[in-house]
Design a protein around this ligand. Structure first.
Ligand code: FRU
Length: 535
């Protein structure tokens, strides 16, 4: 295979060529899933942005249609930027998106509706002139930082409500707008939420989750049985942060719980390469699904050479953890239909320094689920309370530096003699109160090629090991993607890597332990993955 194709994904969504970024307006309508996304029809770097449009019956296999939105009006002449879809009862879907009106990147909000609601694929979208643009920046609002409208929700007070991301100087802001008819929108006196020193809030998302249970909720649902999730994409770090909290509907204010840190130190959907995400409610299976964009980690020049850049992460079902402190995410169940040949490993002991190959699958295109266990936590290294940043800690310790309990986990996309590998692993520390569990996905050794971004992505896992000395991990390996879910989806990390040796059938998978405490691979299942049908 050619160099430009060897890192293409087999089952993560990507178009045949060119640049993509944010997922836009995901929805389920009349039996079909729609995914729109930021797309450059003219090349593999950002620019000339349109809303590309793909449809699916199962969220895994896709057909691409003509772009749904492209610059065609004075209010979106310089780009059709991110936005959301709302299904208005009795009327059908409406798209709200950001139009860029000039070369100074002045932003306004616009709407579009299907040209023909009887077209089952909703191929053509129109932008009625009567009300467009529906919003321009009011006095006091920064018109070049005013974008990415959310899905609307319907409030008991008889209004539709949406949020638009913004900033004032360094304060991140989500403005709230109300409408009775979906066309005329009025800015609320107060933003729904804001936070100093966080910079531009791109792609806000705001939705209810069940306090008890993993079913998803329609975006307008409220009441005592729900909490709300507020997410924004922080431009300055390129991560998606969220809090869990309460929405006071009468005041139109959102207040994060005291268990949720607001801002930089907060929870992330993913501790790796996952940005500008957006969720939607899927009424066909009563679940909320989360899409997120994973950018390339190679250079712009490489992207030009490859002719493509950007993928979407596997859509994830998302719900509130039973602790109420965080969300849990898991790849949509439809992904399992791509599982082919399966191999197993059971009760495999791993002493310090051991690594054992998982043979018999296409390791560069695979799905792996594994549970590790250990008899004791006594040997865990002491946690230094200065280590607040998981990524720094992972960079400092890596997978090669011997530990007490861990590092142990998977070596993905490994070359036969380990010149290249991307380890996904746990490392356990003895903290002042309880044990601290670190999950790392370390790209440092992922490729012999230099000059690219090889971060040691990592996050902490909120788990109580005192009662249950086990940790589970799932990794979706797809040529240049390692997308991992720790402890059933509590801490997740997507890495983009570009091996030179561990490509195609030269890719290998190992389990390893580099800590003094012996580790048992209680149970490992790995599958060769069939390619998704994406045309
Ligand atoms: C996030 C973002 C959005 C914007 C879009 C432009 O990645 O910058 O804020 O609408 O991408 O493509």
């Amino acid at each position: 295979i050619s160099v430009s194709r060897q890192h293409r994904t087999a089952y993560h969504f990507q178009p045949p060529k060119n640049w993509i970024n944010d997922p836009n307006g995901p929805m389920y309508y009349n039996g079909i899933y729609h995914l729109f996304y930021q797309y450059n029809p003219k090349g593999s770097v950002w620019g000339n942005i349109v809303w590309a449009h793909s449809i699916s019956k199962d969220l895994i296999n896709w057909r691409t249609l003509e772009p749904a939105l492209y610059p065609s009006k004075p209010f979106d002449k310089f780009g059709c930027w991110s936005g959301s879809a709302t299904i208005v009862p009795g009327k059908g879907p409406v798209i709200l998106y950001t139009g860029v009106v000039d070369d100074k990147q002045t932003q306004v909000q616009c709407y579009a509706v299907p040209e023909d609601l009887n077209d089952p694929l909703l191929r053509k979208w129109v932008k009625p002139d009567k009300f467009n643009p529906i919003l321009v920046a009011n006095k006091g609002v920064n018109g070049s930082a005013f974008r990415d409208p959310t899905t609307a929700w319907w409030s008991k007070d008889g209004h539709w409500k949406i949020l638009v991301g913004s900033r004032r100087k360094r304060r991140g802001i989500a403005y709230l707008y109300r409408s009775k008819d979906f066309m005329t929108w009025v800015q609320a006196k107060h933003p729904i939420h804001s936070k100093g020193e966080t910079g531009m809030w791109e792609c806000p998302d705001f939705y209810p989750v069940l306090v008890n249970g993993n079913q998803g909720l329609e975006t307008s649902e409220g009441g005592n049985h729900v909490k709300h999730v507020f997410k924004n994409s922080l431009d300055m770090t390129r991560f998606d942060y969220y809090t869990v909290g309460t929405y006071f509907e009468d005041k139109d204010r959102y207040v994060p719980d005291n268990t949720s840190v607001d801002g930089w130190g907060g929870l992330r959907y993913d501790y790796g390469n996952f940005y500008a995400s957006k969720s939607f409610f899927d009424p066909s299976k009563n679940r909320r699904i989360l899409w997120g964009w994973a950018n390339e980690s190679d250079t712009k020049e490489d992207d030009v050479r490859k002719g493509w850049a950007g993928i979407q992460a596997i859509p994830r079902t998302v719900w509130l953890d039973s602790t109420g402190r965080q969300l849990v995410q898991w790849p949509v169940e439809e992904l399992n239909n791509l599982r082919g040949k399966e191999v197993n490993m059971n009760s495999q002991k791993l002493q310090k320094g051991d690594y054992v190959e998982v043979k018999g699958i296409t390791a560069a295109q695979a799905d792996v689920e594994v549970t590790f266990s250990f008899a004791s936590l006594d040997k865990a290294e002491t946690y230094d309370p200065k280590w607040v940043n998981a990524q720094d800690l992972c960079a400092q310790k890596g997978s090669k530096l011997q530990g007490g309990v861990g590092p142990f986990g998977l070596l993905t996309l490994a070359s036969q003699n380990l010149e290249e590998f991307t380890p996904v692993f746990f490392r356990i520390f003895k903290g002042p109160v309880k044990h601290v569990v670190l999950l790392c996905s370390d790209a440092t050794s992922s490729s012999l090629k230099s000059n690219m971004y090889k971060p040691s992505f990592a996050g902490f896992v909120d788990v109580d090991l005192a009662t249950n000395k086990k940790l589970s991990l799932r990794s979706l390996i797809d040529h240049s993607v390692v997308e991992s879910f720790g402890e059933g989806g509590k801490t997740n990390i997507l890495s983009r890597v570009y091996p030179q040796l561990a490509v195609a059938n030269q890719g290998h998978l190992f389990v390893f332990n580099n800590g003094t405490e012996p580790i048992s691979v209680e149970n490992l299942k790995a599958w060769s993955m069939k390619p998704a049908d994406i045309k």
